[in-house]
Design a protein around this ligand. Sequence first.
Ligand SMILES: [Zn+2]
Length: 110
Amino acid sequence: MYSVRYKDPKLAGVIIKEAVKCGKPNCRCAGGRLHKWYYYLYYRELVNEGWKLKKEYVPRNKVKYMRRKINRIKGEEKHLKLELQRNILFLKIVKYCLRTGETDLLEELK
Ligand SMILES: [Zn+2]
């Protein structure tokens, strides 16, 4: 089945905010007062037939846009899945009708 995971793996990811250490030895974060917030996109990408977890920094001004894009794709995938399930059900009914010779059900599906 078509999935965004293959086509555009980043859009199947999730954005998470994190408090981070910058690494400078004299910075406040070295004493535990971390910098916040920094946003990262976590996603899985198919590498040599395995799903590898990846992490990518997302600039603050891109967070809203990216989240909206991810949510829209999620909605579309759900919609496609439902449509597929409905088609499978329809085929099952057709199969049943062909086997039993009952055609009344087919009339109802029109
Ligand atoms: Zn720091």
